[in-house]
Ligand binder design. Sequence first.
Ligand code: DC
Length: 237
Amino acid sequence: MDEPANNSKISESIITVDGPSGAGKGTLCQLLAKKLGWHLLDSGALYRVLGIAAHRHGICLSDIDELARIARDMDLYFKINEVSGEVEPFFEGSNLADFIRTDEAGQAASKVAALLPVREALLEKQRAFYQKPGLIADGRDMGTTVFPDSAVKVFLTASAECRAERRVEQLKSKGVSANMRAIFDSIKARDERDRTRKNSPLVPAKEALIVDSSNMTIDEVLSQVIEFAEKKLLAVK
Ligand code: DC
């Protein structure tokens, strides 16, 4: 892959948060972005939209060139919903907010994400999310590949059992029935694919703070990350 476009000043204002699905990255990143007044990149949403786009256009996973072309040319933008405050993706003009969080979209994302030409096509798109005063980048390879010079790197994880329980609770709170076993199996399958793929696998960056959120509240995770970020940012000044 080509060299990152970021310089050292920019790197001081990027916090990367990587980890498996359901570890609490999304919530942590939203809280960090709000607290610091920084921008947010939900890189998983790009892969999820691409998975849905492939399905809608009837493109199979073996058609790698076409997938990479869609990744490069995607008509995609994000808009904040003024009522819920959530960031919603619009693909070819239609709002995909109701579709991207499903388990199917997660599995499709994980499959297209294993393809190198797709990852290369999305690389610059992800880097272009950087805007002053800073960026919180949420994903699997933010600290290792997309923003390797970021001053603050966090790897947030939790046991698969705990992540499955959280997902079941989340679905229940939305009135959706959930099968614990099926969710657990799906999480394990996605972990396996994301961790063992050849291209930008899910691994902690060498200098990342590793946080296991299994027995922590989100407030505890947030304060541990803020404390680490403050120390790191003071050290680079
Ligand atoms: O973070 P998420 O659950 O929305 O991500 C969905 C899938 O996309 C995930 O299983 C792997 C892939 N992904 C990736 O490979 N690299 C990223 N930076 C973000 C997500």
